[in-house]
Design a protein around this ligand. Structure first.
Ligand code: AMP
Length: 279
């Protein structure tokens, strides 16, 4: 497994490959959710590149960029076990050298949900993913449904800018008790870890209501809000029941709906989602 830290080095390594390349972009501190993407990439491509880069431009000024968990040795050991060919792990100055002054702005789908709570977040995401695509030139790129809006934004960018990359979205991996795996779960203390189950429980409740015939989006939002508010450590950023492709909030659930939530548990902000109306 090669570890490459420069864009020029990564481009050189790419030029030497003639087969298909799968890219898994990550911010490191890997868990089984990341590895499910890597394993799919391994099945579908001749070469697998995993990028590990905590991207400063997608964090707001008061967010957790500095304290975001990092463990390079552990990440590299996990990726070696998955038979990854290249780990692209650039320092910040390599991605954003002096004078860097361009960004990629995706439209309406970035204005809602995460975009509304985290101004500039998706500009940072779209810009860095665009750069990673240009440097690595993958045939396929793998993203998690855990970050549902991110996957929608990336697909929009790829379509709108005619990028030659197939975007593959993989299901959310969960702990046995339902908590969606996330690098940020490490921030939770014991009591908060327990309280965090309210996210997956509220999504389960949404699915149950939908199965029993509830079609009022507001009915689902209200029930979820009540359940989450009953947890003392939880504070809601948003509870959304939206059209799964446009992310416009729904009145009536007729087609596929994305139910997504952002909840603070103590100081830790967690997101999770599920899709209704596909089964
Ligand atoms: P991150 O390192 O958090 O930026 O995540 C890197 C990629 O892994 C993104 O495409 C995420 O959506 C995906 N991912 C994160 N958590 C999970 C999970 N629990 N299950 C599946 N994919 C995930």
């Amino acid at each position: 497994m090669k570890v490459i830290e420069t864009a020029a080095g990564m481009k050189r390594a790419r030029r030497q490959e003639s087969g298909s390349v799968g890219l898994v972009p990550t911010m490191g501190y890997l868990h089984k959710g990341h590895l499910s993407l890597v394993s799919r990439a391994r099945q579908e491509n001749d070469r697998v590149v995993v990028s590990v880069f905590v991207n400063p431009t997608q964090f707001g000024p008061s967010e957790d960029f500095v304290r975001y968990p990092r463990d390079t040795e552990r990440d590299l050991a996990m990726l070696a076990r998955e038979e990854v060919d290249v780990v692209f792990m650039p320092p910040v100055e390599e991605v954003y050298p002096n004078g860097f002054n361009t960004s990629v702005e995706v439209g309406e789908v970035t204005e809602r949900l995460e975009g509304a709570c985290r101004p500039g977040h998706f500009r940072g995401v779209a810009t860095v993913v665009n750069k990673l695509f240009n440097i690595v030139q993958p045939n396929r790129a793998y993203f998690g449904q855990k970050d549902a809006q991110q996957a929608i934004v990336i697909k929009r960018m790829v379509t709108d800018l005619d990028m030659n990359v197939e975007v593959v979205v993989m299901p959310t991996m969960r702990e046995e008790d339902g908590l969606a795996m996330s690098s940020r779960n490490v921030y939770l203390n014991g009591e908060e870890r327990h309280a965090a189950l309210v996210l997956s429980r509220s999504l389960q409740q949404a699915s149950d209501l939908h199965k029993r015939g509830e079609r009022s989006a507001e009915g689902v939002r209200r029930a979820m809000t009540a359940l989450i508010e009953a947890e003392k450590l939880a504070e809601i950023d948003y509870v959304s029941v939206a059209d799964a492709s446009t992310l416009a909030e729904l009145d009536t659930i007729a087609g596929p709906a994305l139910v997504s939530i952002a909840v603070r548990i103590g100081k830790t902000r967690l997101i999770d989602n599920t899709i209704l109306g596909t089964d």
